[in-house]
Design a protein around this ligand. Structure first.
Ligand code: SAM
Length: 487
């Protein structure tokens, strides 16, 4: 048992760490790992909740504030800069306060941030999370700005110390980085080239989570469907060359691997579906180029796989898609969606759209509008384009004015909200299977669950139903949340 880290005027009190998470689910996972590692070293974790959930509101002040940051859009970075300003003021009142950053902004800006923000004490790269406890100790000892930012290796840390916020649902990263060349995107700079976890390690980690009571796992990756893993860790269990029997079979039921001896994403999914007591598997985010017929067939064959498919389109205009180097035309994309809907008729499809990319003319925007109307997504994240330094598109003119970006963004949001409303209303009066995950955050007496299409449902019921599947009749929908009645 590690010794407890104590702080403040009360030497017996544990040091309180507040973790604020910005950005994607990968960051949520990393924050849970950071929280777990710190807790095991004797720190008290005040929260690893969303960025807005301030610890001061709950009447306690932290000794360490860690922000897990995102670089995807300028707005995400601006929020962190704003927070750093506020924390600088807090530090004047409490000079012992330790302020740290982790996540993509650390990878992007590195030690430059120390010069711009003297109040910042520590930075830890996405591949160094394990070193957080010792880094905090170092800062406490030396009061010097301290960082660990490694450039190689994989930024996935499987650990049973993880500080999960849900008992029944878990994130499970299976790959990081991205080999695609989308001109707007900073991910290849902050997370590097694609690296997949070996399939056997993913299988083991999923089984471990299930043994802990997890029933629903969401597989994570910047580009999850281009997963291409070794069957087992290279040093120990990789099948020997020429050993045909072991090369072609792997997993509890002798699952086939690809010809070149690696495990593809559809194969990994099928393998995970065989874990008894793992009831539901989701995944995000997918790239259209790797959304294959084989993947669609695997989803159709396996009722455990979520019926929500998130497939970023970005723009409905071929001219803009080409400028973005998305590797697909609108027609290619639409054909895939049609095929997916044919093979998996109950699939719900969601997307990402960028409004006002470099060179976007009124007719390009119109093409995106038409795409939303034609495809009729269940949901869409719609963002205003912001050039990211170091990306290929940063060299293109940012020639759509902010006012026009905002207007196009608003227009697409209004249209999509209408479509989502119509699609959601079509579910009313249906009785569907809902996985009961938690108590509702707003009303303690209500339960919260998700349908197989990952639609959120709240309904009355006893606590004993947590972790089970229930048949629920959907009776009302407001924004993205359904109200239901157990039937
Ligand atoms: N890998 C996924 C893909 O492109 O298929 C998406 C990952 S990205 C972290 C999430 C979303 O942020 C993107 O799909 C895109 O819509 C948006 N995004 C990325 N870079 C952006 C930028 N420079 N400006 C505005 N939105 C951006």
């Amino acid at each position: 048992m590690p010794e407890e880290i104590t702080g403040g005027s009360d030497p017996k009190r544990k040091l309180r760490v507040y973790v604020a998470t910005f950005g994607c689910q990968m960051n949520e996972y990393d924050s849970q790992v950071a929280g777990g590692l710190l807790k095991a070293e004797g720190f008290e974790i005040m929260g690893d909740g969303p960025e807005g959930d301030s610890p001061q509101k709950r009447g306690q002040s932290p000794d360490v504030v860690l922000m897990n940051t995102c670089s995807v859009r300028e707005h995400a970075e601006d929020r962190v800069y704003g927070r750093l300003g506020m924390l600088g003021k807090a530090k004047k009142e409490n000079p012992n306060l330790i302020i740290g950053l982790m996540g993509c902004m650390v990878e992007e800006h590195r030690e430059k941030l120390f010069r711009r923000f003297p109040q910042l004490d520590l930075m830890v790269g996405t591949r160094n999370i394990k070193e957080l406890p010792s880094l905090i100790e170092e800062v406490r000892r030396t009061r010097q700005q301290t960082s660990r930012i490694k450039q190689d290796g994989i930024s996935i840390e499987y650990t049973d110390l993880i500080h999960r916020t849900s008992r029944y649902h878990a994130w499970l990263p299976i790959m990081t980085g991205c080999n695609k060349v989308c001109t707007f995107c900073i991910v290849p700079i902050t997370r590097g080239a694609e690296v997949s976890m070996p399939a056997r390690e993913v299988y083991r980690e999923a089984s471990r989570l299930v043994n802990e009571g997890v029933k629903w796992i969401t597989l994570l990756g910047q580009n999850v469907n281009s997963y291409d893993g070794l069957p087992a860790a290279r040093h120990s269990e990789e099948p020997r060359r020429g050993d045909e029997e072991s090369r072609r079979s792997f997993g509890p039921s002798g699952l086939r691997m690809t010809e070149h001896g690696r495990v593809s994403f559809p194969e990994l999914l099928e393998m995970l579906c065989q874990i008894p007591d793992l009831e539901r598997i989701s995944f995000t985010t997918s790239h259209p180029s790797d959304a294959t017929e084989e993947l669609f067939q695997v989803i159709a064959r396996n009722p455990k796989i979520s019926r929500r498919f998130h497939l970023p389109l970005q723009s409905g205009s071929d001219r803009i898609l080409k400028r973005m180097k998305r590797l697909h035309t609108y027609e290619d994309y639409k054909k895939k969606i049609d095929r997916l809907r044919e093979i998996v008729p109950d699939i719900s499809i969601t997307t990402d759209i960028i409004a006002g990319f470099s060179g976007e003319a009124a007719e390009d925007h119109e093409a995106t509008r038409r795409a939303l109307e034609e495809i009729r997504y269940d949901g869409a994240y719609i963002f205003k384009y912001s050039p990211r330094p170091g990306t290929p598109a940063a060299k293109l003119p940012d020639d759509v004015s902010l006012a026009v970006k905002e207007q196009r963004n608003r227009e697409l949001l209004i249209l999509q909200k209408e479509i989502r409303g119509e699609k959601n209303r079509a579910w009313l009066a249906q009785t569907v299977e809902v996985f009961v995950e938690d108590r509702s955050a707003k009303r303690e007496e209500e339960l919260l669950g998700h349908t197989l299409q990952e639609k959120k449902v709240v309904f009355g019921g006893p606590e004993g139903l947590l972790g089970s599947f229930q048949h629920v009749t959907l009776v009302e929908v407001k924004d993205e949340t359904f109200r239901g009645v157990i039937s």
